[in-house]
Write a protein that binds this ligand. Structure first.
Ligand code: 13P
Length: 352
Protein backbone atom coordinates (compact mmCIF):
# COMPACT_ATOMS: atom_id res chain seq x y z
CA UNK A 1 0.00 0.00 0.00
CA UNK A 2 1.30 3.40 -0.91
CA UNK A 3 0.57 4.95 2.49
CA UNK A 4 2.50 2.17 4.24
CA UNK A 5 5.63 2.66 2.15
CA UNK A 6 5.34 6.42 2.55
CA UNK A 7 5.15 6.05 6.36
CA UNK A 8 8.02 3.55 6.39
CA UNK A 9 10.32 5.75 4.32
CA UNK A 10 9.68 8.69 6.67
CA UNK A 11 10.41 6.46 9.68
CA UNK A 12 13.64 5.29 8.01
CA UNK A 13 14.70 8.87 7.28
CA UNK A 14 14.10 9.96 10.88
CA UNK A 15 15.41 6.99 12.86
CA UNK A 16 19.03 7.22 11.80
CA UNK A 17 21.61 6.10 14.33
CA UNK A 18 22.79 8.95 16.55
CA UNK A 19 20.42 11.52 15.11
CA UNK A 20 17.53 13.30 16.82
CA UNK A 21 14.90 15.96 16.25
CA UNK A 22 14.90 19.71 16.65
CA UNK A 23 11.59 20.97 18.08
CA UNK A 24 11.20 24.47 16.62
CA UNK A 25 7.40 24.49 16.73
CA UNK A 26 6.73 27.04 19.46
CA UNK A 27 3.27 28.54 19.08
CA UNK A 28 2.79 32.35 18.88
CA UNK A 29 2.54 32.92 22.66
CA UNK A 30 5.44 30.53 23.44
CA UNK A 31 7.90 32.02 20.93
CA UNK A 32 6.95 35.48 22.24
CA UNK A 33 7.94 34.28 25.73
CA UNK A 34 11.29 32.95 24.43
CA UNK A 35 12.02 36.16 22.47
CA UNK A 36 11.20 38.28 25.54
CA UNK A 37 14.20 36.73 27.32
CA UNK A 38 16.48 38.34 24.70
CA UNK A 39 14.43 41.53 24.25
CA UNK A 40 13.32 40.69 20.73
CA UNK A 41 9.82 41.52 19.54
CA UNK A 42 7.83 38.54 18.28
CA UNK A 43 6.72 39.66 14.83
CA UNK A 44 6.56 37.60 11.65
CA UNK A 45 9.86 38.89 10.29
CA UNK A 46 11.79 38.14 13.50
CA UNK A 47 10.29 34.66 13.70
CA UNK A 48 11.26 34.08 10.05
CA UNK A 49 14.81 35.29 10.70
CA UNK A 50 15.11 33.06 13.77
CA UNK A 51 13.85 29.93 12.08
CA UNK A 52 15.92 30.60 8.97
CA UNK A 53 18.98 30.80 11.23
CA UNK A 54 18.15 27.39 12.74
CA UNK A 55 17.40 25.60 9.48
CA UNK A 56 20.32 27.04 7.52
CA UNK A 57 22.92 26.00 10.11
CA UNK A 58 25.67 24.37 8.05
CA UNK A 59 26.21 20.73 9.00
CA UNK A 60 23.06 20.40 11.16
CA UNK A 61 21.94 17.39 9.12
CA UNK A 62 24.86 15.37 10.53
CA UNK A 63 23.12 15.29 13.91
CA UNK A 64 19.47 16.12 13.29
CA UNK A 65 17.21 14.03 11.06
CA UNK A 66 13.96 15.95 11.50
CA UNK A 67 12.60 19.32 12.54
CA UNK A 68 9.18 20.05 14.01
CA UNK A 69 7.82 23.31 12.60
CA UNK A 70 4.93 25.61 13.46
CA UNK A 71 2.28 26.19 10.78
CA UNK A 72 3.52 29.72 10.03
CA UNK A 73 7.05 28.45 9.30
CA UNK A 74 5.82 25.95 6.70
CA UNK A 75 4.79 28.90 4.51
CA UNK A 76 7.86 31.10 5.13
CA UNK A 77 10.90 31.57 2.89
CA UNK A 78 14.59 32.27 3.46
CA UNK A 79 16.10 35.54 2.19
CA UNK A 80 16.85 33.95 -1.19
CA UNK A 81 13.22 32.86 -1.60
CA UNK A 82 13.69 29.16 -0.75
CA UNK A 83 10.77 27.78 1.30
CA UNK A 84 11.97 26.96 4.83
CA UNK A 85 10.81 23.30 4.69
CA UNK A 86 12.90 22.76 1.58
CA UNK A 87 15.90 24.44 3.23
CA UNK A 88 15.65 21.76 5.94
CA UNK A 89 15.05 18.93 3.46
CA UNK A 90 18.15 19.95 1.46
CA UNK A 91 20.23 19.21 4.59
CA UNK A 92 18.60 15.77 4.87
CA UNK A 93 16.35 17.04 7.68
CA UNK A 94 12.75 15.83 7.36
CA UNK A 95 10.21 18.64 7.94
CA UNK A 96 7.37 17.96 10.37
CA UNK A 97 4.48 20.00 11.73
CA UNK A 98 2.83 20.60 15.11
CA UNK A 99 -0.87 19.99 14.44
CA UNK A 100 -2.56 20.40 17.81
CA UNK A 101 -4.03 23.77 18.60
CA UNK A 102 -3.01 23.96 22.25
CA UNK A 103 -4.59 23.07 25.55
CA UNK A 104 -7.58 24.25 27.54
CA UNK A 105 -9.01 23.38 30.95
CA UNK A 106 -10.68 19.97 30.98
CA UNK A 107 -14.32 20.35 31.98
CA UNK A 108 -15.29 18.78 35.32
CA UNK A 109 -11.63 18.16 36.15
CA UNK A 110 -10.20 21.15 38.05
CA UNK A 111 -6.45 21.52 37.43
CA UNK A 112 -6.37 19.19 34.43
CA UNK A 113 -5.98 20.15 30.79
CA UNK A 114 -6.95 18.69 27.43
CA UNK A 115 -5.39 19.33 24.02
CA UNK A 116 -7.61 20.44 21.15
CA UNK A 117 -7.28 20.34 17.35
CA UNK A 118 -8.96 17.20 16.00
CA UNK A 119 -11.69 19.03 14.06
CA UNK A 120 -10.69 19.35 10.40
CA UNK A 121 -7.33 17.66 11.03
CA UNK A 122 -7.48 15.35 7.98
CA UNK A 123 -8.00 18.37 5.70
CA UNK A 124 -5.19 20.35 7.31
CA UNK A 125 -2.82 17.39 6.93
CA UNK A 126 -3.37 17.40 3.16
CA UNK A 127 -2.34 21.06 3.07
CA UNK A 128 0.70 20.52 5.31
CA UNK A 129 1.83 17.58 3.18
CA UNK A 130 1.67 19.73 0.07
CA UNK A 131 3.93 22.21 1.90
CA UNK A 132 6.50 19.46 2.59
CA UNK A 133 5.59 18.09 6.03
CA UNK A 134 6.06 14.32 6.38
CA UNK A 135 5.45 13.87 10.09
CA UNK A 136 3.34 15.54 12.76
CA UNK A 137 3.31 16.21 16.48
CA UNK A 138 0.51 16.42 19.07
CA UNK A 139 1.31 17.34 22.67
CA UNK A 140 -0.84 16.30 25.60
CA UNK A 141 0.03 17.90 28.92
CA UNK A 142 -0.34 16.40 32.40
CA UNK A 143 -0.05 18.63 35.47
CA UNK A 144 1.30 16.73 38.47
CA UNK A 145 0.38 17.01 42.16
CA UNK A 146 -0.67 14.51 44.82
CA UNK A 147 -4.05 14.29 43.09
CA UNK A 148 -3.35 15.33 39.48
CA UNK A 149 -3.69 14.20 36.79
CA UNK A 150 -7.15 12.75 37.34
CA UNK A 151 -8.18 9.44 35.81
CA UNK A 152 -10.46 11.44 33.52
CA UNK A 153 -7.57 13.56 32.19
CA UNK A 154 -5.39 10.50 31.61
CA UNK A 155 -8.18 8.80 29.66
CA UNK A 156 -9.34 11.86 27.68
CA UNK A 157 -5.83 12.84 26.56
CA UNK A 158 -4.99 9.25 25.59
CA UNK A 159 -8.12 9.12 23.44
CA UNK A 160 -7.22 12.38 21.65
CA UNK A 161 -3.60 11.30 21.08
CA UNK A 162 -4.79 8.02 19.57
CA UNK A 163 -7.39 9.66 17.33
CA UNK A 164 -4.77 12.14 16.11
CA UNK A 165 -2.26 9.34 15.42
CA UNK A 166 -4.82 7.30 13.46
CA UNK A 167 -5.82 10.32 11.34
CA UNK A 168 -2.16 11.04 10.57
CA UNK A 169 -1.39 7.48 9.52
CA UNK A 170 -4.40 7.39 7.22
CA UNK A 171 -3.01 10.54 5.57
CA UNK A 172 0.49 9.03 5.17
CA UNK A 173 1.96 11.32 7.85
CA UNK A 174 4.03 9.78 10.68
CA UNK A 175 2.57 10.76 14.08
CA UNK A 176 4.75 11.75 17.01
CA UNK A 177 2.74 11.01 20.12
CA UNK A 178 3.77 13.36 22.92
CA UNK A 179 2.35 12.79 26.40
CA UNK A 180 4.23 15.41 28.45
CA UNK A 181 4.24 14.85 32.20
CA UNK A 182 5.25 18.31 33.43
CA UNK A 183 8.31 19.00 35.59
CA UNK A 184 6.54 22.00 37.15
CA UNK A 185 5.86 21.52 40.86
CA UNK A 186 7.53 19.92 43.87
CA UNK A 187 6.55 16.31 43.27
CA UNK A 188 9.02 13.50 43.91
CA UNK A 189 10.63 11.28 41.30
CA UNK A 190 8.42 8.45 42.64
CA UNK A 191 5.30 10.46 41.83
CA UNK A 192 6.65 11.29 38.37
CA UNK A 193 7.37 7.64 37.74
CA UNK A 194 3.89 6.61 38.85
CA UNK A 195 2.18 9.25 36.66
CA UNK A 196 4.33 8.47 33.61
CA UNK A 197 3.57 4.78 33.92
CA UNK A 198 -0.19 5.33 34.22
CA UNK A 199 -0.18 7.80 31.32
CA UNK A 200 1.80 5.55 28.97
CA UNK A 201 -0.33 2.48 29.76
CA UNK A 202 -3.44 4.44 28.88
CA UNK A 203 -1.88 5.93 25.73
CA UNK A 204 -0.88 2.53 24.35
CA UNK A 205 -4.25 1.05 25.20
CA UNK A 206 -5.94 3.86 23.23
CA UNK A 207 -3.49 3.53 20.34
CA UNK A 208 -4.37 -0.16 20.13
CA UNK A 209 -8.13 0.55 20.17
CA UNK A 210 -7.64 3.02 17.30
CA UNK A 211 -5.56 0.48 15.31
CA UNK A 212 -2.50 2.74 15.20
CA UNK A 213 0.45 0.92 13.61
CA UNK A 214 3.19 1.11 16.23
CA UNK A 215 5.95 0.54 13.67
CA UNK A 216 4.84 3.75 11.97
CA UNK A 217 4.77 6.08 14.95
CA UNK A 218 7.26 7.74 17.29
CA UNK A 219 6.85 8.41 21.01
CA UNK A 220 7.97 11.69 22.59
CA UNK A 221 7.83 11.16 26.36
CA UNK A 222 9.14 13.02 29.38
CA UNK A 223 12.00 11.58 31.37
CA UNK A 224 11.26 10.33 34.88
CA UNK A 225 12.54 13.18 37.01
CA UNK A 226 11.53 15.01 40.22
CA UNK A 227 9.54 18.25 39.96
CA UNK A 228 11.71 21.36 39.51
CA UNK A 229 10.77 22.72 42.95
CA UNK A 230 11.60 19.49 44.78
CA UNK A 231 14.86 19.87 46.73
CA UNK A 232 15.64 16.19 46.38
CA UNK A 233 16.81 15.83 42.81
CA UNK A 234 17.86 12.35 41.71
CA UNK A 235 21.30 11.58 40.27
CA UNK A 236 21.79 11.32 36.51
CA UNK A 237 22.02 7.54 36.76
CA UNK A 238 18.81 7.30 38.78
CA UNK A 239 16.87 9.42 36.26
CA UNK A 240 18.15 7.14 33.51
CA UNK A 241 17.32 3.92 35.36
CA UNK A 242 13.83 5.08 36.36
CA UNK A 243 13.09 6.32 32.84
CA UNK A 244 14.19 3.10 31.17
CA UNK A 245 12.25 1.07 33.70
CA UNK A 246 8.96 2.90 33.04
CA UNK A 247 9.43 2.71 29.27
CA UNK A 248 10.22 -1.00 29.50
CA UNK A 249 6.96 -1.62 31.35
CA UNK A 250 4.75 0.37 29.03
CA UNK A 251 6.10 0.83 25.49
CA UNK A 252 5.80 -2.12 23.08
CA UNK A 253 9.03 -3.04 21.25
CA UNK A 254 7.29 -2.44 17.91
CA UNK A 255 7.31 1.36 18.42
CA UNK A 256 9.73 2.81 15.85
CA UNK A 257 11.56 5.18 18.17
CA UNK A 258 11.51 7.18 21.39
CA UNK A 259 12.51 10.84 21.16
CA UNK A 260 12.52 12.65 24.52
CA UNK A 261 11.36 16.21 25.17
CA UNK A 262 13.62 18.31 27.43
CA UNK A 263 10.76 19.81 29.45
CA UNK A 264 12.72 22.52 31.28
CA UNK A 265 15.96 20.63 31.95
CA UNK A 266 19.10 22.66 31.27
CA UNK A 267 20.86 21.82 28.01
CA UNK A 268 23.63 20.05 29.95
CA UNK A 269 21.19 18.01 32.07
CA UNK A 270 19.23 16.95 29.00
CA UNK A 271 22.42 15.70 27.30
CA UNK A 272 23.72 13.94 30.42
CA UNK A 273 20.40 12.16 31.03
CA UNK A 274 20.05 11.02 27.42
CA UNK A 275 23.62 9.74 27.49
CA UNK A 276 23.06 7.78 30.72
CA UNK A 277 19.88 6.27 29.26
CA UNK A 278 21.82 5.05 26.23
CA UNK A 279 24.66 3.69 28.35
CA UNK A 280 22.21 1.31 30.03
CA UNK A 281 22.49 -1.12 27.15
CA UNK A 282 20.54 -1.90 24.01
CA UNK A 283 16.78 -1.41 24.06
CA UNK A 284 14.17 -2.35 21.44
CA UNK A 285 13.89 1.26 20.24
CA UNK A 286 16.27 4.06 19.30
CA UNK A 287 16.34 6.46 22.29
CA UNK A 288 17.16 9.95 21.14
CA UNK A 289 16.23 13.62 21.53
CA UNK A 290 13.44 15.85 20.29
CA UNK A 291 14.48 18.91 22.22
CA UNK A 292 13.17 22.45 22.02
CA UNK A 293 14.61 24.54 24.83
CA UNK A 294 17.63 22.27 25.48
CA UNK A 295 18.78 22.80 21.89
CA UNK A 296 17.73 26.41 21.39
CA UNK A 297 18.45 28.25 24.66
CA UNK A 298 22.17 28.93 24.07
CA UNK A 299 21.43 29.71 20.42
CA UNK A 300 18.87 32.39 21.33
CA UNK A 301 21.29 33.87 23.85
CA UNK A 302 24.02 34.08 21.20
CA UNK A 303 21.70 35.55 18.53
CA UNK A 304 19.85 38.28 20.45
CA UNK A 305 18.02 39.23 17.27
CA UNK A 306 21.13 40.58 15.50
CA UNK A 307 22.19 39.59 11.98
CA UNK A 308 25.87 39.91 12.90
CA UNK A 309 25.41 37.15 15.53
CA UNK A 310 23.94 34.56 13.17
CA UNK A 311 27.17 32.64 12.63
CA UNK A 312 28.09 32.34 16.29
CA UNK A 313 24.49 31.36 17.11
CA UNK A 314 24.62 28.63 14.45
CA UNK A 315 27.84 27.34 16.00
CA UNK A 316 26.05 27.16 19.35
CA UNK A 317 23.26 25.10 17.74
CA UNK A 318 25.73 22.80 16.02
CA UNK A 319 27.52 22.27 19.33
CA UNK A 320 24.34 21.24 21.19
CA UNK A 321 23.18 19.06 18.30
CA UNK A 322 26.55 17.32 18.20
CA UNK A 323 26.60 16.72 21.97
CA UNK A 324 23.07 15.31 21.92
CA UNK A 325 23.97 13.13 18.96
CA UNK A 326 26.86 11.74 21.05
CA UNK A 327 24.41 11.25 23.96
CA UNK A 328 22.03 9.33 21.67
CA UNK A 329 24.90 6.86 21.16
CA UNK A 330 26.00 6.86 24.82
CA UNK A 331 29.23 8.68 23.89
CA UNK A 332 28.72 12.08 25.57
CA UNK A 333 31.24 13.31 28.14
CA UNK A 334 30.63 16.45 30.22
CA UNK A 335 34.18 17.59 29.42
CA UNK A 336 33.14 17.84 25.75
CA UNK A 337 30.98 20.82 26.75
CA UNK A 338 34.12 22.96 26.69
CA UNK A 339 35.76 21.48 23.60
CA UNK A 340 32.70 20.84 21.48
CA UNK A 341 33.08 23.80 19.14
CA UNK A 342 36.40 22.69 17.75
CA UNK A 343 35.38 19.02 17.66
CA UNK A 344 32.25 19.89 15.68
CA UNK A 345 34.46 20.79 12.77
CA UNK A 346 36.24 17.41 12.81
CA UNK A 347 35.65 15.01 9.95
CA UNK A 348 33.07 12.24 10.47
CA UNK A 349 35.80 9.60 10.93
CA UNK A 350 37.27 11.58 13.85
CA UNK A 351 33.96 11.77 15.70
CA UNK A 352 33.13 9.22 18.38
P1 13P B 1 11.14 21.11 25.14
O1 13P B 1 12.31 20.24 24.77
O2 13P B 1 11.52 22.54 25.36
O3 13P B 1 10.34 20.52 26.27
O4 13P B 1 10.20 21.18 23.88
C1 13P B 1 9.88 20.00 23.23
C2 13P B 1 8.54 20.09 22.66
O5 13P B 1 8.35 19.85 21.49
C3 13P B 1 7.41 20.44 23.55
O6 13P B 1 6.20 20.16 22.89
Amino acid sequence: MQTDSELQSTIDAITQDGKGLLAADESGPTIAKRFKTIDVESNEENRRAWRTLLLSTPGLGQYVSGVILYEETLGQRADDGEPLPSLAARQGIVPGIKVDSGKIALAHAPGDEITQGLDGLAGRLEKYKAQGARFAKWRAVYNVSDTLPSRLAVQANAESLARYAAICQEAGVVPIVEPEVLMDGDHSIDRCSHVNEAVLHEVFDALHRHAVVLEHMLLKPSMVIAGKANKQQASVSEVAARTVSVLGRTVPPAVAGIYFLSGGQTPEEASAHLDAINRMGRRPWPLSFSYGRALQEPVLAAWRGKAENVEVAQQALLKRARLNSAAARGCYAAKDEASALSVSRASPSERP
